[in-house]
Design a protein around this ligand. Sequence first.
Ligand code: G6P
Ligand code: MG
Length: 231
Amino acid sequence: MAQKIKAIIFDLDGVIVDTAVFHYLAWKKLANTMGFDLTEAQNEQLKGISRMESLDILLKIGNKGSLSTAEKQQLATSKNKWYRENILKMTPKDILPGVMEFLETLKNADYKMAIGSSSKNAGTILERIGLSKNAGTILERIGLENYFDAVVDGTKISRSKPDPEVFLKGAQELNIPPEQCLVFEDAESGIEAAKNAGMKTIGVGKPENLPKADKVIPGFQNVNISIIENS
Ligand code: G6P
Ligand code: MG
């Protein structure tokens, strides 16, 4: 019999907030400075993948042969600088539609919740949008309680999605077995990571981009808790 879901793990970029577009714009800008373009379709390959691995994929797309580690480091630093210019402007208003209501519903239903992100900027984003454990002052100011029992991000993992490490660590920190966890993800690499961890998956986005997800929703507006109960 299927195990009852007890914990929900959320990817951050593209699920809680629309930072996926900021990543895309920064990578595209970097590609343009090197004389090539990055299309939205090509960008799907970069979603959920760590910064340096994303850079390697980008360089392959642009046929940019072997660069030194120092040159690559410099390119990644530029990309991150442009990306951070956008995330530092974020406020709680940037939380995607329906997300807060859904978190509230899950909290009231006693589900454990975690963030599972490959990003090293996750802490900054969670602080900006008022969902960080460490953002006491912001949380007090906007009157939000803390929803997440654990945050596993790019600073805590050594292997990025599709490796299951980020989600297995999340389950461990929540103290819930992987088969009782469900993951919301906007990246195919993230869906694969969750599956590799033995978890149920719900894709957030377009079904054609997330063929391996158990289910796909376009976003959290009007999403009913039954989507989890029936998983
Ligand atoms: C997330 C995003 C990726 C990004 C990765 C690393 O998984 O979906 O697009 O490359 O985090 O993010 P960072 O903020 O550390 O560069
Ligand atoms: Mg994502």
